[in-house]
Design a protein around this ligand. Structure first.
Ligand SMILES: [Zn+2]
Length: 109
């Protein structure tokens, strides 16, 4: 169960159940996005601006810059991670270097 989700240090960290899950300075590979014109943006996260929970997924929006073209913007909702399905309750963050598809609204189809 995800019981508590918040950002820390003015958006520098996403904190889930009192554990820092993801931080800024990672480069997220974004597809089907509206950040810039790159097919796959290499998005350097500078701050997490919004955070929420959709079902088992923790989602967040991030502001930053595509290092491919220099465009600055805020992403749609990105899946950050979810609890392990094996029943341990451990939270598993996604791999930023995988390809992510931001959603305009919370809750992916
Ligand atoms: Zn770009």
């Amino acid at each position: 169960m995800v019981t508590a989700v918040r950002t820390l240090d003015e958006g520098a960290w996403v904190n889930v159940n009192n554990t820092r899950i993801v931080g800024v300075s990672d480069i997220w590979r974004l597809a089907d996005h509206e950040v810039c014109d790159c097919d796959v943006a290499l998005f350097l996260v500078e701050v997490f601006t919004d955070i929420g929970v959709d079902g088992e997924w923790v989602e967040a929006r991030a502001a930053g810059q595509c290092i491919g073209c220099g465009e600055r913007d805020t992403t749609g909702w990105l899946r950050i991670g979810r609890p392990d399905r094996t029943g341990t309750g451990e939270f598993r963050a996604v791999d930023p270097e995988g390809v992510h598809r931001p959603s305009k609204t919370r809750g992916h189809d």
